[in-house]
Design a protein around this ligand. Sequence first.
Ligand code: ATP
Ligand code: MN
Ligand code: MN
Length: 301
Amino acid sequence: VVETPAPVAEVAAPEVHVKVSSRDRLIFPDSDVTKGDLADYYAAMAPLLLPWAGRRPISLVRCPQGRGKKCFFQKHDAGSFGEEVHQVPVREKDGSTEDYLWVDDADGLVACVQMGTIEFHGWGSRVDDLEKPDRLVFDLDPDEGLDFADTKKAAEDLKNHLAELGLVTFPMLSGGKGVHVIVPLTPAAEWPAVRDFAERFARALEGAEPERFVANMSKAKRKGRIFVDYLRNQRGATAIMPYAARARAGAPVAAPVSWTELRDIDRASRWGVRDRDELIARAGSRALAGWGVAEQVLPDL
Ligand code: ATP
Ligand code: MN
Ligand code: MN
């Protein structure tokens, strides 16, 4: 049952100093959400977003003219975002070093919105310890034609298999089509080991139930199956952050849910930017207490 949460002491929205221009520009024309609305959403949600999206290298989906117009993924910036958006040098495969963006407060989030950002995607590790992931995510991507019920069933199966391995997991509606199954980690193992675990786990699912799961990215092999996208768990890959908005019709957001709640939810775009107050109340509800938090390391697989 999706509880309507009792009113809880609301987290005070932090003061924002970044100036937002063109507040009336329609960013989601179909939902009547303006740039100002989106900035206010991120400012109010900052206390809920930052425990996940803060202090991580981030990639932004920017749509300066709004959703439906040209959007692009951005990892780097030469400083045009302002001092609220920080940079961390990251060693690349080819030996060069690139600066990646990160934020740690409401001003940082709003500075990104000011630059046309809708979506915030994050690495699986923090800027303080880039080589050791603090989370693993299985991004379940259903083939077109599958029901949300199939995706929920798949998520629940992952939960059970991971529980057998001693791992606590948390589900998140992506805001798009699928569900992300999140495994919090105490930063210990480095990227190659974490990726290896994720890949082995996804391939084992496919091996056990090839008619339901596929661990291969190719769309052709997805036919009627759910792609267990384990590739979010390699160094440099990102996933949408909890409570981030999505550049999709209806202004949906990525929404944490409990395993019990998930059973009664009918779509991954259940909550959106306009549901801000409900999202804040939900975050304080019993169902979501402790969401995303667990001290655990990966077992051998
Ligand atoms: P859905 O539930 O609709 O699949 P999603 O957020 O899981 O929503 P995916 O297409 O499965 O969307 O992508 C998973 C993640 O991969 C994204 O959240 C994003 O962080 C990353 N990603 C997707 N496309 C790109 C891209 N063009 N460049 C960089 N990262 C990307
Ligand atoms: Mn996905
Ligand atoms: Mn994917």
